[in-house]
Design a protein around this ligand. Structure first.
Ligand code: PGA
Length: 265
């Protein structure tokens, strides 16, 4: 038993308000079928849903949103406000109900060309303004084939921790290891490979900050996680949770993943 963990669902650009309410209704029915909500979602596990920002406020105020289920935003800008058409600020996301923010997701890095520097600015801005950032890192298929997987994830972590503007005891860092080749492909990393990469990330945190911070850091694996493979990852020493894309859109699948966590965390 690890004593703490986090299961996150990244809905990406899926589900409008109606579909979100339908999800919540089915999710709650599923929870209630299982018995007590607090049994399935023990206090040691944080559940976070990252819906599109347009739905945050409606979901936050839905009667069916259960205690223990937090909301997050998929992207924010690093400035407080201003002429940034199409962007959302941290304070807007907080006001709409977000507690967490995904930072540096590979789709942001690859499709929207976000750099390590932008990622670092966003991370720091979230910490200072009350959103808990979930830093996403991961190598591409090409990086892995060239033997650069560890070097790439180390660079991505150091870009943020090296320029950190927050105290070492900022509790706790959350870093998701998401190999790009495993996202949305059904080609999930083996539990051993995911464990190795997460252990490498913990070491980088230790070297960049200190051993205590490294020990407290929550490390998530993401990339084609489903209810049928969740347990394999959660059994690993350095994996404290999961960041789930496709499977989090289906309430029964997402519940299955939470159930696996509730036995192992
Ligand atoms: P996936 O996505 O579970 O669909 O692979 C994970 C993610 O992008 O966070």
């Amino acid at each position: 038993m690890k004593g703490k963990g986090l299961i996150a669902g990244n809905w990406k650009m899926n589900k409008g308000i109606g579909e979100s309410m339908d999800f919540l209704g089915r999710f709650v029915d599923g929870l209630e079928r299982e018995g007590s909500v607090s049994e399935l979602i023990p206090a040691s596990i944080e559940i976070v849903i990252f819906p599109p920002i347009a739905n945050l406020y409606a979901i936050k105020h839905a009667a069916s949103l259960k205690k223990g289920v937090y909301l997050g935003v998929q992207n924010v800008h690093w400035k407080a406000s201003g002429a940034f058409t199409g962007e959302n600020s941290v304070s807007m996301a907080v006001e709409a109900g977000a507690v967490f923010a995904l930072i540096g997701h590979s789709e942001r890095r690859q499709i929207f060309l976000e750099t390590d520097e932008m990622t670092s600015k966003k991370f720091n801005f979230c910490v200072k303004n009350g959103l808990k950032p979930v830093l996403c890192v991961g190598e591409t298929d090409e990086d892995r084939k060239n033997g650069l997987a560890e070097a790439v994830i180390t660079r991505q972590v150091i870009a943020v921790l090296g320029s950190r503007e927050f105290p070492a005891d900022f509790p706790p860092l959350i870093i998701a290891y998401e190999p790009v080749w495993a996202i949305g492909t059904e080609n999930n990393a083996t539990a051993n490979d995911a464990q190795e990469s997460c252990a490498a990330i913990r070491k980088v945190v230790g070297r960049s900050i200190d051993a205590k911070t490294a020990g407290n850091t929550l490390l998530l694996y993401g990339g084609s996680v489903k209810s049928s493979n969740a347990e394999d990852y959660l059994k690993q020493d350095d994996i404290d949770g999961l960041l789930v894309g496709g499977a989090s859109l289906d309430p029964d699948e997402f519940l299955g993943i939470i159930r696996a966590a509730s036995f192992l965390i």
